[in-house]
Design a protein around this ligand. Structure first.
Ligand SMILES: Nc1nc2c(c(=O)[nH]1)N[C@H]1C(S)=C(S)[C@@H](COP(=O)(O)O)O[C@H]1N2
Ligand SMILES: [Mo]
Length: 368
């Protein structure tokens, strides 16, 4: 009897292998549909093999329908604990110094389909992740213009999308999507207010006319359709970081709930033949090694990183092998520059998010 984890992967893993066997180059624009209303779309495995994810294939995670926004009428409001509350038009924002950065973004629920027992939430396999080049202004430039008061501790980012969450825990009627950043993170250079993605203006599904991109953090922090920034003098307790997108930590052994923040180290197998290929990322840290086991975790060997590993961006890797005919349980395991390695078992403190425990892929090597 295979164990349940292996059975799951045989079922889910076969689709990974089918995609790979079918072709090497992804078909342009192809997406895996996870939910129709609102649109929740997953990047197909083949597209995850590209260094930069094409915008048309970058996963879409929406809690509410994509709002219709008239760019000419739209303004970004900045208020709260600032010296100069202000509102900026899209053209005014474009006058500020612009930067471009490649940043990897993973949905905190990516890989949820591999959880046993099953849990509620969008059933992502491996493709709620992508790497794009984002262009815009650093959030710090806008904060500096507004003048942050000494009492400030956090920066709340609010989107224009509004809706009612009807699943438990329910929202108190209609609410906007909003998340906060501690001031220190908000000022970091990897936190952008982006109006373009991969060299083109943002598309509606990815947050036009302006979105936050919080390098190194799970995707929920990268608020789309941004229309308000509120600087606060106390930690924000909004729905999307208390009742949702939260985790348990255990200071002094006492379970405490807090917002999900940085992406955890993770490697994903994208193809098993002719070589084992995949991608790995480590949030604010960088990947130092990816190891492969072809025997279900008994022995491990190093894979080769195919480019220089950096913070905030994924790196592709490869492991050459020539298996004798048979059935193999392949596992990839990544370690980051802080020495953190992917856990073998799922940690329940992470609830239904941050899914980076080891999941085997079954490979069948045919006889001659
Ligand atoms: N306003 C708004 N911002 C949002 C969301 C949302 O539903 N509304 N979803 C968040 C989540 S959970 C993720 S993973 C990312 C996904 O960004 P993408 O759709 O461009 O891939 O956007 C984040 N920003
Ligand atoms: Mo997400």
């Amino acid at each position: 009897m295979p164990d349940r984890r292996e059975f799951l992967w045989t079922a889910a893993g076969s689709s990974v292998m089918d995609v790979h066997a079918a072709e090497f180059t992804p078909s342009p624009g192809e997406m895996v549909l996870r939910e129709t209303e609102p649109p929740n779309l997953e990047t197909p495995t083949a597209a995850l093999r590209l260094p930069l994810t094409p915008t048309a294939q970058f996963y879409v995670r929406n809690h509410f329908p994509t709002p219709a926004i008239d760019r000419r009428a739209w303004r970004l409001h900045v208020d709260g604990a600032v010296d100069r509350p202000m509102s900026l038009s899209a053209d005014e924002l474009r006058q500020l110094p612009r930067v471009s950065r490649r940043l990897t973004m993973e949905c905190a629920g990516n890989g949820r389909v591999f959880l046993v027992p099953k849990v509620r939430g969008v059933n992502w396999a491996n493709g709620a992740v992508g790497n794009a080049e984002w262009t815009g202004v650093p959030l710090s430039a806008v904060l500096d213009r507004a003048g942050v008061k000494p009492s400030a501790v956090e920066v709340v980012l609010e989107g224009a999308d509004v809706g009612t969450v009807n699943d438990d825990p329910k929202s108190p009627g209609p609410i906007a999507f909003a998340r906060s950043l501690p001031l220190a993170k908000a000022r970091r250079p990897e936190v952008l207010l982006a109006d373009s993605m991969n060299g083109e203006p943002l598309t509606p599904d990815h947050g036009a006319p302006l979105r936050a991109v919080v390098g190194g953090w799970y995707g929920m922090a990268s608020v789309k359709w941004l229309n308000r920034i509120v600087v606060t003098d106390r930690p924000f307790q909004g729905f999307w970081q208390t009742l949702d997108y939260s985790e348990f930590t255990r200071p002094h052994g006492v379970p405490t709930m807090g917002p999900i923040t940085a992406m955890r180290v993770k490697a994903v197998i994208l193809a098993t033949h002719p070589a084992i290929h995949g991608v790995a990322w480590a949030g604010e840290s960088s990947i130092t090694k990816v190891e492969i086991s072809t025997d279900g975790g008994t022995t491990w060997s190093a894979a080769t990183l195919l480019s220089e590993a950096k913070p905030f961006e994924w790196v592709h890797w490869e492991f050459k092998w020539s298996p004798a005919p048979g059935r193999y349980r392949l596992i990839a395991r990544a370690t980051d520059a802080e020495g953190r390695t992917q856990p073998e078992k799922r940690d329940p403190d992470r609830r239904t998010y941050q899914i980076n425990h080891l999941v085997p892929v079954v490979h069948l090597a045919p006889g001659q």
